[in-house]
Design a protein around this ligand. Sequence first.
Ligand code: AMP
Length: 214
Amino acid sequence: MNLVFLGPAGSGKGTQAKKLESAYGVTQISTGDLLREAVRDGTPLGQKAEPLMKQGKLVPDDLVIGIIEDRFLQGGLEQGVLLDGFPRTLPQAEALDSMFARNGLRLDKVLSLEVPSSILVDRVTGRRSCPKCGTVYHVSAAPPKVPDVCDLDGTALIQRSDDTAEKLANRLAVFDTEIPKVKRHYGARTLLAEVDGTGTPDEVFARIREALGG
Ligand code: AMP
């Protein structure tokens, strides 16, 4: 099964992606994670992407499409993919269509997680993550056992530099401009399922399962 996950920062894409990976065997491909890795490694791509990401702006389409193409070339995606954070613009969606066609793959569903912006602000500004293993926590909703320390490896947790209220406002504005076009693209092909992303992770996952037909 091949899926696309749409949803603004804080909509719970990352959390639900992990659940989908274990339930359906799909492999999550997150452009945000791949870009952050490139920034950490100081690659030429990372150097171009870093200032844009810090401001909550989109990285240019050709760079992001290139990352996804590279990931497809690496293979190991036989059980299906879950694209998280891609496509974010209409040209990216069109590039994805061609990539699927070239690889003889079919897109089964586009899941859009719908969450009011007041909830997004709380979720994103309270988010903390482990720079070593990537585990994500929330200061009140999913705190680590010891404040600011990763339960799994004892590393000090960090707040992503784009997870402040100000940067978030930017990211949501960009999302609101681009994503309606992406939704229309898939809506026209009746692939789109809008899922209520409020409530506990298990409640949201139950709705996703329903949207995927159980
Ligand atoms: P995310 O972790 O999905 O919130 O992504 C973090 C940042 O990476 C975004 O604010 C963008 O700067 C960049 N980014 C991630 N995915 C894309 C994409 N598909 N197109 C353009 N920029 C992206």
